[in-house]
Design a protein around this ligand. Structure first.
Ligand SMILES: Cc1ncc(COP(=O)(O)O)c(C=O)c1O
Length: 284
């Protein structure tokens, strides 16, 4: 991935090699900031309004206060125009500013997409489960745990991805205590059995994925029954197929969980159908 264009609140387009934050910004000091990542299809960011709404919610939860969505929209347009890349990744960041007391800094960045995602999609990924040790009922009633917030404190998520790779897998899935399935470090998770699609409920404090919401609509339109709920890992292990979803990776088939094949160990039909539906929705 490389940075193609950068736009900063109050400044406009900035050379991507220029520094834009102060060292005493709380984003740096305490990793207290909010962000969004969306995919750009044909030069247009997919579901930008939904991403901005989630960013506004995250910013409030990490005590940044109100964000300026109009400015962010302008910054995104500037960066997208400068990048002139039909397929890319748009990231938006809002930081609290210097010592958390200054005015928030808003940033839009356009980068190239990670390479090889379609090749990985064709073969499917291996997942390992990683225990978070959280009571799955707690996050909904404990706002300080920042369940469902897209803050920049992603060191645990990245450590889980690295642990998955150390164990010979491609990605991780987080579990709450009782082996309740939550989400991946940067994805939501789904599985499919007997024409029912399952995905963990938002009440578990997982991120309300914009792709997840899109797939809920597309799955309904394609005739799947979808059940959102609280499910143990065994339920995924016994499914016919599984997949993850995210803005950048889109629908990614899961062919192995904790060293055992899911279904027949090959990407499944629901993942294929929903990936196609997602691309159609993105290009409409
Ligand atoms: C923890 C987590 N869950 C789920 C997702 C998927 O969200 P979206 O579909 O909005 O990209 C992400 C995306 O970054 C994430 O970080």
């Amino acid at each position: 991935m490389s940075l193609l264009a950068l736009a900063v609140g109050g400044r406009g387009l900035v050379d991507p090699d220029e520094p834009v934050l102060h060292v005493d910004d709380e984003a740096f000091l305490r990793s207290r900031a909010a962000f969004e990542t969306t995919r750009v299809y044909g030069g247009r960011p997919f579901k930008l309004v939904e991403h901005l709404a989630r960013l506004a919610g995250s910013a409030e939860r990490v005590e940044i206060g109100r964000i300026d969505t109009e400015e962010l929209t302008r910054l995104a347009a500037l960066a997208l125009e400068a990048a002139a890349a039909p397929d890319a990744m748009l990231r938006l960041f809002v930081t609290p500013g210097r010592n958390g007391a200054g005015s928030p800094t808003q940033v839009a960045m356009v980068s190239t997409l990670p390479e090889g995602l379609d090749e990985v999609r064709a073969r499917g990924i291996k997942l390992v489960s990683i225990q978070l040790g959280l009571d799955p009922d707690l996050r909904a009633s404990a706002p300080w745990l920042l369940g469902g917030v897209k803050s920049t404190s992603y060191a645990v998520n990245m450590a889980a991805e690295a642990e998955a790779k150390r164990r010979g897998a491609d990605d991780a899935v987080f579990l709450g205590s009782g082996d309740i399935v939550l989400e991946g470090p940067v994805t939501n998770i789904w599985w499919h059995d007997d024409d029912v699609l399952y995905t963990p409920a938002l009440e578990l404090g997982i991120l309300a994925g914009v792709t997840r919401a899109t797939l809920l609509e597309e799955a309904g339109a394609a005739g799947y029954e979808v059940r959102e709920g609280v499910f143990p890992l065994d339920h995924v292990a016994a499914a016919n197929e599984a997949f993850t979803s995210s803005s950048i990776r889109e629908v990614m088939p899961v062919v192995e969980l904790d060293g055992k094949a899911i279904g027949d160990g090959a990407p499944g039909p629901a993942a294929r159908e929903l990936q196609e539906a997602l691309r159609r929705a993105a290009l409409r």
